[in-house]
Design a protein around this ligand. Structure first.
Ligand code: FES
Length: 572
């Protein structure tokens, strides 16, 4: 308990430990496999590389890191068996755990005959001697070693995939990783076979065999001791595994005795579960559709819920890992990860993400559906496109509108915003999907200026083709909006967008630019969010269908948006 508290204070999470220890082990295994792969070059190359690898991992730092990582990784696998909630384990997860647990059994013989033999008795084998053992003297042991290579590598690759698949941009580098994932073990096994064949050729010579078949230091007593240690390792692992399973059973029993809590969902359905059960487990038990892309590991945030009520006592506080994810998505105080929240009292929850959410949703920050968040909304509209269409061919009209929208979208993206929807000859852009309010507002101001410059450049470029320059209007407003996937039930293609006051006001401000005869109307809420103090009184803009005026800056030239901000003050 104390150690968990210390870890939490240091912001060290189980997931972080698992990842760090896994990466150390991956580095070791990769070195081992690449060393085997050198068998495709020569036996000498294998021996030379082994010398360097043994030297490196024999250094105090890397050596302790390796043994520490091994112990931590194994302990966390047992912890997962004990602690993992009752979710449906996916095939990759099941495979990864099964392969991981089989590794100590497969490796026990290799570790005792090499590392332990060296530590206890100073026995060392050259690569050629080890290959003689595996390829000539005991091919069954060699086959087991080849299997161990495949098992260890597959285990590592699944772990890496489960970690990286939620990262943005994964789809871009996934093919490269797949090539590495396939090539390394294939080259390793081929190198192992080539080295084995080279050693078999050497072993045809009796003199070589006599000199290399048996270690001069090896004795029957040494062999017996190593066999004993090998059995001890296997039995210890088996006992630890059974202990973890038994502890899990006991935990479940105790949770049942501690009483039940009721989790209520928006449609009125309620599930009663033992205390200690997570909300996501409760959803599974109650057969309530609930997203959980990462399988309850607290990584993807797709299981998040808004908590509405507690009838007895406060909610348990989020742990470091949960808090880190909540911070990353900018969640409000009432939002929690269902897979991490273990209520101690009755409560009502509303899942915030569609139960059909997939990896794309998990990679998107913030959420895909039903989340309140501060955003800056910007409407940009091209003026006079209808008149232009009346006097030009459809092809020309589409060409000009597309050039205009390209210029606007590029300016938005370059400033850090997202072109969210194209609406005829206009565009809705959002800022703040991944940024804090102040940054979002600064990005939006920069984007207004960039649009002004971009369209001006376009007008110069197309001066010969246009009777008059392209004109436009921009409206920008900031505030809390609801983000989510809207519509698409019929088409199966919902649109991720924002709805709410910032969007409505931005659209009307854009319309009002015609009335004011300016290129942009930017509400004071945007300048305020950017931390820019107002030096001159803003315009009070009345908007259709809205009570009360909105304070906004009218800019004759959109290019002045960012400069107007800096003239007024310094971002706080
Ligand atoms: S299921 Fe992924 S964070 Fe909860």
């Amino acid at each position: 308990m104390l150690s968990m508290t210390v870890l939490r204070r240091a912001r060290i999470t189980v997931r972080g430990l698992r990842l760090a220890s896994g990466l150390v082990l991956l580095a070791y295994v990769s070195g081992h496999l690449l060393n085997h792969a050198l068998g495709n070059v020569s036996l000498g190359a294998m021996e030379a590389a082994l010398g360097w690898i043994s030297w490196f991992w024999g250094l105090p730092g890397p050596g302790w890191a390796l043994y520490g990582a091994l112990a931590v990784h194994l302990a966390l696998a047992l912890w997962a068996i004990y602690e993992r909630p009752r979710y449906r384990w996916t095939l990759p997860e099941t495979l990864q755990l099964a392969l991981g647990l089989s590794l100590p059994f497969l490796l026990a013989g290799h570790v005792t005959s090499t590392r332990l033999a060296y530590e206890l008795f100073g026995d060392t084998r050259s690569y050629a001697q080890q290959l003689y053992l595996y390829w000539v003297a005991a091919p069954d042991v060699g086959a087991q070693q080849a299997l161990t290579i495949v098992v260890a590598w597959t285990h590592a690759c699944i772990g890496l995939h489960l970690w990286l698949r939620l990262k943005r941009g994964f789809a871009t580098y996934a093919p490269l990783l797949l090539c590495v994932a396939v090539l390394v073990p294939v080259l390793s096994l081929l190198g192992f076979a080539q080295g084995g064949r080279a050693v078999a050729a050497l072993a045809a010579d009796e003199g070589w065999r006599l000199a290399n078949a048996a270690l001069p230091t090896a004795t029957i007593q040494h062999g017996a001791e190593l066999d004993r240690r090998e059995s001890l390792i296997r039995w210890t692992i088996a006992a630890a595994f059974l202990l973890a399973v038994a502890a899990r059973g006991v935990r479940r029993l105790l949770e049942g005795w501690r009483g039940l809590v009721r989790v209520t969902y928006p449609d009125g359905r309620a599930v009663r579960v033992p205390r200690g059960t997570t909300v996501l487990e409760a959803s599974r038990i109650g057969r309530i559709a609930h997203a959980g892309v990462c399988g309850g590991k607290g990584r993807c945030s797709t299981c998040r819920v808004r908590v509405f009520g507690e009838s007895r006592g406060p909610l348990p506080k989020p742990g470091a890992a949960e808090q880190a994810v909540l911070d990353r998505i900018g969640a409000g105080p009432q939002v929690r990860l269902a897979c991490q929240l273990r209520p101690t009292a009755n409560l009502q929850v509303a899942p915030l993400v569609s139960p059909h959410a997939g990896l794309r949703t998990a990679r998107r920050v913030p959420s895909a559906s039903g989340e309140e968040r501060f955003v800056v909304a910007m409407f940009v509209d091209m003026r006079g496109s209808t008149r232009f269409a009346e006097t030009h061919l459809p092809f020309d009209t589409v060409f000009v509108i597309n050039r205009f929208l390209d210029a606007v979208a590029q300016a938005v993206q370059a400033s850090g915003g997202v072109p969210n929807q194209f609406l005829g000859d206009g565009l809705l852009a959002l800022f703040g999907l991944e940024a804090e309010p102040r940054i979002a507002a600064e990005q939006a101001l920069a984007a207004v200026s960039a649009i002004g410059r971009g369209v001006a450049a376009l007008n110069i470029l197309m001066a010969g083709e246009l009777a008059e320059p392209i004109r436009f209007g921009i409206g920008v407003h900031a505030g809390t909006a609801i983000l989510g996937e809207i519509g698409g039930r019929a088409t199966g293609r919902p649109v991720f967008t924002a709805i709410g006051d910032p969007v409505n006001v931005a659209a009307r401000l854009q319309s009002a630019t015609k009335r004011f005869g300016v290129e942009a109307l930017i509400s004071d809420a945007v300048y305020g969010a950017a931390g820019v103090a107002a030096a001159t009184p803003p315009e009070q803009v009345t908007l259709d269908g809205r009570e009360g005026a909105v304070a906004a800056r009218a800019l004759a030239r959109a290019e002045d948006a960012a400069a107007a901000g800096s003239r007024l003050g310094t971002p706080g």
